[in-house]
Design a protein around this ligand. Structure first.
Ligand code: AMP
Ligand code: GLY
Length: 424
C-alpha cells in the first residue's frame, strides 16, 4: 500500500517511521516531509497548509491512505476534499475538526453532552467579558476561539492582567481567531494527553502521554509547542484510561455522530486530572507533537489496519492495538532563542553516533539538508526518542544520545519526565 503523510514535523516523521514497519506498506510519500522522512519515503514540496496543492498531489499519487498530521488543513477541509475525491483519509472533516478549531464550539458541545470540563462563558463584547471575571478567582483563563498557533490561551494572574488580555484578544491580537473569546474556570490538577482513534461510531484507545509545555526546567518560562514527552503516563493507569474512555471519549464520539459531524481520525483529549477524576482542558483533532513520537514506538501491533478502518468506517471489527510494556521518552532539541526567535543555520553533527545508542531513534522536525549536512532550520529541530524497559533507562538513553550531538546553537530541557521519575 502507498501512504501519503501530510506534514513535516517530528509527529509526521514518527508516523512515517512506524508505518514503514508495516508489512502492508510498500511506499511512503511525504508532503512536504523533512530530511528524516526523506530516508523513509519520497518527499514532495507541497506545504501542509496548501489544501488545494495537497488535493492535487493526492489525485496524482492515488495513495491507499492519507494521514493528515497538523490541525490547520483539517480545519480548512482537506479531509472533506479527499473523501469527495474518493481518497481514503485518516482525519476528521472540517465540521468535526471544529472540536479543535473553535474553543467556543467545543465548550458548548461538552455542555450539551455532559462531558466534564471547566465552567465557562463565551464573549464578543469586552465589557460583558470583564464583568464575567467576577465569577472566578485568579488565575483567570482566557482563550481565543479560533486557531492561534498554540498561543491563544492566556492565564492571567491578576484581574487587571485579565482585563488587559480581554482588550488585546478582542482588539484583534489573533485577528478573526480572537474576535470571540472563551473565559473559563482555572482547573487544578495534573495534565495528561490521551489519544483514541475513531471511525465516527466506534472509538478505541491508543495510549496516554504527558508532555512538557514550558520552555524551562521545572516547568518554568513561556509555553511552547512541547519540549518533551513520555508514555505511559503514570496518572493514566488502566482504571483512569477506562474512565476517560467512558466519561469523555465515548460520549464525544456519540455526541459528534448525533450532531451529524461523525469524527473520523485521532481524538487527542487534553486532560486535567484531580481527585474527582478527569476533565477536558481541550480537544485536538490530530496527534500531539511531541506525544506522537512516544506513542508510535510503543505500538506493538501494526497500526495500519486500524487507521484504514477509521478512514472507511470499519473500526467495529478491529481490536485494540497491543502496546509494548516499555517506556518511551522524547526530548526536543530546539534552536537557542526558541520559541520567540530560534537560531537557524548551524550544522548539526554527531547524529549517527547519537542514533547508535541502544533504543534511540531520532525524529526530525525543523531541519534541512544541504549536501551531506543537516542544518538547523528553526523552532523545534530534533526529537531524541528512546525506549527501554524502565522510564529511568529510557531517559538516560535519550540524554546519552543528546550528549553525542554536536550543535552549539541547540538546547533542550534536562528534566524531561521529572514528574513520573519522582513517582517511581
Ligand atoms: P490549550 O491550548 O487549551 O491546551 O491551553 C494551553 C495550556 O493552558 C494547557 O495545557 C493548560 O496548561 C492551560 N490551561 C488551559 N485551560 C486551562 C484551565 N481551564 N485551567 C487550567 N489550566 C488551563
Ligand atoms: N503537545 C501538545 C500539542 O500537540 O498540542
Amino acid at each position: 500500500m502507498k501512504i501519503l503523510i501530510v506534514g513535516s514535523g517530528g509527529r509526521e516523521h514518527a508516523l512515517a517511521w512506524r508505518l514503514q514497519q508495516s508489512p502492508r506498506v510498500s511506499e511512503i510519500v511525504c508532503a512536504p516531509g523533512n530530511p528524516g522522512m526523506a530516508q523513509l519515503g519520497r518527499c514532495i514540496p507541497v506545504a501542509a497548509g496548501d489544501v488545494e496543492g495537497q488535493l492535487e498531489l493526492a489525485k496524482i499519487e492515488r495513495p491507499h491512505l492519507v494521514i493528515v498530521g497538523p490541525e490547520q488543513p483539517l480545519v480548512d477541509g482537506l479531509a472533506d476534499k479527499l473523501r469527495a475525491a474518493d481518497i481514503p483519509v485518516f482525519g476528521p472533516s472540517a465540521r468535526a475538526a471544529m472540536l479543535e478549531g473553535s474553543k467556543g464550539y467545543s465548550k458548548d458541545f461538552m455542555a450539551k453532552y455532559n462531558i466534564p470540563t471547566a465552567a465557562y462563558g463565551r464573549f464578543t463584547d469586552a465589557a460583558r467579558a470583564k464583568s464575567f471575571l467576577d465569577r472566578f478567582k485568579p488565575p483567570y483563563v482566557l482563550k481565543a476561539d479560533g486557531l492561534a498557533a498554540g498561543k491563544g490561551v492566556i492565564i492571567a494572574e491578576t484581574l487587571p492582567q485579565a482585563e488587559e488580555a480581554i482588550d488585546s484578544l478582542l482588539g484583534g491580537r489573533f485577528g478573526a481567531a480572537s474576535s470571540s473569546l472563551v473565559i473559563e474556570e482555572f482547573m487544578h490538577g495534573e495534565e495528561a494527553s490521551f489519544f483514541a482513534i475513531s471511525d465516527g461510531e466506534t472509538a478505541i484507545e491508543l495510549a496516554g502521554a504527558q508532555d512538557h509545555k514550558r520552555v524551562g526546567e521545572g516547568d518554568t518560562g513561556v509555553n511552547t509547542g512541547g519540549m518533551g514527552a513520555y508514555s505511559p503516563a503514570p496518572i493514566l493507569d488502566p482504571a483512569m484510561q477506562k474512565r476517560v474512555m467512558d466519561e469523555i471519549v465515548t460520549p464525544t464520539i456519540k455526541g459528534m455522530a448525533a450532531e451529524g459531524r461523525p469524527y473520523r481520525g485521532v481524538l487527542f483529549v487534553g486532560l486535567m486530572i484531580d481527585d474527582t477524576g478527569p476533565r477536558v482542558v481541550e480537544y485536538n483533532c490530530r496527534f500531539g507533537d511531541p506525544e506522537c513520537q512516544v506513542i508510535m514506538p510503543r505500538l506493538k501491533d501494526d497500526p495500519l489496519p486500524q487507521l484504514l478502518a477509521c478512514a472507511t468506517a470499519g473500526l467495529k471489527d478491529c481490536k485494540r492495538l497491543e502496546r509494548f510494556s516499555d517506556h518511551a521518552v522524547t526530548v526536543v532539541l530546539a534552536g537557542e532563542g526558541y520559541p520567540a526567535d530560534p537560531k537557524k543555520g548551524g550544522v548539526i553533527g554527531g547524529l549517527q553516533e547519537a542514533a547508535s545508542v541502544e533504543g534511540v531513534t531520532i525524529f526530525h522536525a525543523g531541519t534541512r539538508q544541504e549536501g551531506g549536512d543537516i542544518i538547523a532550520n528553526g523552532g523545534r529541530v530534533l526529537n531524541i526518542t528512546a525506549h527501554a524497559p524502565t522510564l529511568r533507562q529510557a531517559v538516560d538513553r535519550a540524554y546519552e544520545a543528546i550528549d553525542r550531538i554536536d550543535w552549539p546553537d541547540g538546547f533542550c530541557r534536562r528534566d524531561i519526565a521529572w514528574r513520573a521519575l519522582a513517582r517511581e
